[in-house]
Design a protein around this ligand. Structure first.
Ligand SMILES: [Zn+2]
Ligand SMILES: [Zn+2]
Length: 471
C-alpha cells in the first residue's frame, strides 16, 4: 500500500495563519506548514477531500484521474470541500467515481454535480461494508463509528465515521480522524485487526479542555493502549498522528512526546509505502573551521526524539580553551540528549536501532585518534606505511557501518583540502586521509551538506556508478 498524506493538519492548519503563539511561530520559522488532513491510497482511494486536498496532490506531482472511490469521514468543511466534483466534471472521458460518506456529507456534495456527471453517491453509516472495485483490484472497506459528536446538535459530527481499509494484497489501514477516545465497544470493532498502518487524530496536544471529539496527548496514550490490548494495533503497526493543530507543542517536543507511544509524525505530502522499509537518514555535514557545521547538524538532529551526541575528541581536561569550547557546545544542546565520548564510532553505528539518532562530531578528531592509535606519525617509514594502510581500512569499516546503520546519523566532518599544502608530511598525510574519509562517508550517506559561512549548501546525488550497493 502506498499512502500519500495530502495533509496532516487540523481544520485551520498548523501554523494557524492568524496565530502568533510559540507553536505557530516555531513552525513558521522552520518553514513547515500542515493543511487539512487527507490521504490518497494507491492513487485509487481518496480519503477526505478538504479545501486543500486536491491542490496538495498537484503540489506532490500526482494526478487524481485514477481515483475510483472517495471516502468522506464527515461533512465538516476541513474534510469535505465538494467543489472538487465540479473541477472533475470539467474533464471528459473519466470513469465513474464513487463517493461514499455519511448522509450530511453526501447532501453537501449533490448540488456540485450535473445530471450527466459520472459520479455515484453512496450514503454509509457505521457497520456498513464497501467492496470498492478499482483497476488495482478490490479493496475491502469497513465503516466504523467515530467518536466525534459531542451532543451539541452538530449532526455532521454525530454521523462521523472512520474507515478500516484492506487492499487486494491484504495490507490494512485504519483511518482514525476525526475522533475522540474510543469506547470499549469501538475498540472491540477492530479487535485482532493488527493494522499495518494507523493514521490517528492528535489534534490538541497538551490542551485537554477542548471538550470536542478529538484526541490529545492525555487521551491518545490510553486509546492506543486499549487498541494494543485488543490486538487492533501491534508493535509492527506504523502509527502516524495527523489532524495536528497549533495546540500541539513545537514539532521537536511533539516528536519527543509521541516517541514513547510508538507514534510518529511526518510532513504533508509524505509517501508511506509499506513495501519499502522506512530508510534512516544518513546525513554528512562537511565544512571548514567555524563554518556553522556543528550548529547545523544539531538543528537537524533536534527533530529526533532520542539523540546521542557522540564526541570523538579526546577530553583534554587540563586545556582551559578546549574546556570552554566543550562547555559552549554542551550549553547549546537540549538537556535530554545523552553524550558519549568515544572514538569507537563504528560500534555505536552498528548497535543503534531504528528510531535512534546519532550526532557524531566530528570525523576530523576521529581520524586523528585513528592515526595516533595506528602509529602513523612514526619516523620509521615501514611502520608509518603500515599504519596508513591500517587507517585506510578503518575508514572503509566506518563507511560501511555508516551505510548499514539502522539509526539516523548526522555526521560532522572537516573540509581541510582547500587551503595551502601543509608544510609537514604529517599535515599532508592527515589532509589526504581526511579527503579520502570524506569521499567514502559521502558515498555512504543519503544526504551531504557543505557548510559555508554558516549557510548550508546541499550537495547533489552521486552518479549511479558511484553509489555502491544499497543493500
Ligand atoms: Zn477535522
Ligand atoms: Zn470534524
Amino acid at each position: 500500500m502506498r499512502i500519500h498524506l495530502l495533509g496532516t493538519g487540523s481544520a485551520d492548519g498548523w501554523p494557524n495563519p492568524f496565530c502568533h503563539c510559540a507553536s505557530c511561530e516555531a513552525e513558521r520559522a522552520a518553514g513547515r506548514s500542515r493543511t487539512s488532513s487527507a490521504a490518497l491510497v494507491d492513487g485509487v482511494l481518496l480519503i477526505d477531500a478538504g479545501p486543500t486536498a486536491t491542490n496538495a496532490a498537484t503540489r506532490a506531482g500526482i494526478g487524481l484521474a485514477t481515483v475510483a472511490h472517495v471516502l468522506i469521514t464527515h461533512g465538516h468543511p476541513d474534510h469535505l470541500a465538494p467543489e472538487f466534483l465540479l473541477w472533475r466534471e470539467w474533464i471528459s472521458g473519466l470513469d465513474l467515481l464513487h463517493v461514499h460518506g455519511p448522509s450530511g456529507a453526501i447532501e453537501r456534495c449533490r448540488h456540485w454535480v450535473g445530471p450527466a456527471s459520472p459520479v455515484e453517491f453512496h450514503v454509509v453509516q457505521a457497520g456498513d461494508t464497501i467492496d470498492a472495485k478499482t483497476p488495482l483490484g478490490e479493496y475491502a472497506i469497513r465503516v466504523l463509528q467515530a467518536a466525534h459528536g459531542h451532543g451539541n446538535g452538530d449532526l455532521l459530527a454525530d454521523e462521523a465515521v472512520l474507515y478500516d481499509i484492506t487492499d487486494p494484497e491484504g495490507t490494512s489501514l485504519l483511518y482514525a480522524t476525526d475522533t475522540g477516545p474510543f469506547s470499549a465497544e469501538q475498540s472491540g470493532q477492530v479487535a485482532g485487526r493488527a493494522f499495518d498502518i494507523m493514521l490517528v487524530d492528535e489534534s490538541f496536544g497538551f490542551k485537554d479542555d477542548h471538550g470536542t471529539g478529538h484526541l490529545d496527548l492525555a487521551t491518545l496514550p490510553a486509546m492506543l493502549a486499549g487498541l494494543r490490548g485488543e490486538g487492533a494495533i501491534t508493535d509492527a503497526t506504523d502509527v502516524i498522528a495527523i489532524h495536528l493543530s497549533h495546540h500541539n507543542p513545537p514539532e521537536r517536543e511533539l516528536r519527543a512526546a509521541l516517541h514513547p507511544l510508538g507514534v510518529r509524525i511526518v510532513d504533508d505530502l509524505t509517501l508511506i509505502d509499506t513495501n519499502v522499509a522506512p530508510q534512516p537518514v544518513h546525513h554528512l555535514i562537511i565544512g571548514g573551521v567555524r563554518s556553522g557545521k556543528s550548529t547545523y547538524a544539531e538543528a537537524l538532529a533536534r527533530l529526533h526524539p532520542a539523540v546521542a551526541y557522540v564526541a570523538t575528541g579526546e577530553s583534554r581536561k587540563d586545556d582551559a580553551e578546549w574546556a570552554a569550547r566543550v562547555a559552549e557546545h554542551q550549553a547549546r544542546r537540549p538537556p535530554e540528549w545523552t553524550t558519549i565520548e568515544t572514538a569507537d564510532v563504528q560500534s555505536l553505528l552498528d548497535d543503534a536501532g531504528p528510531g535512534d539518532a546519532l550526532l557524531i562530531d566530528c570525523i576530523g578528531m576521529w581520524l586523528t585518534r585513528q592515526l595516533d592509535e595506528a602509529g602513523a606519525w612514526s619516523t620509521d617509514e615501514t611502520t608509518a606505511a603500515a599504519a596508513r594502510i591500517d587507517v585506510l581500512a578503518r575508514i572503509e569499516v566506518l563507511a560501511e557501518s555508516t551505510r548499514a546503520s539502522k539509526a539516523h546519523v548526522f555526521m560532522v566532518t572537516n573540509e581541510v583540502g582547500q587551503g595551502v599544502v601543509p608544510a609537514t608530511s604529517s599535515g599532508r598525510l592527515f589532509r589526504d586521509l581526511m579527503g579520502i574519509a570524506n569521499s567514502r562517508l559521502s558515498q555512504a550517506s543519503t544526504e551531504v551538506t557543505f557548510m559555508v559561512a554558516g549557510r548550508p549548501l546541499p550537495l547533489g546525488t552521486l552518479p549511479a556508478t558511484q553509489t555502491g550497493s544499497a543493500s
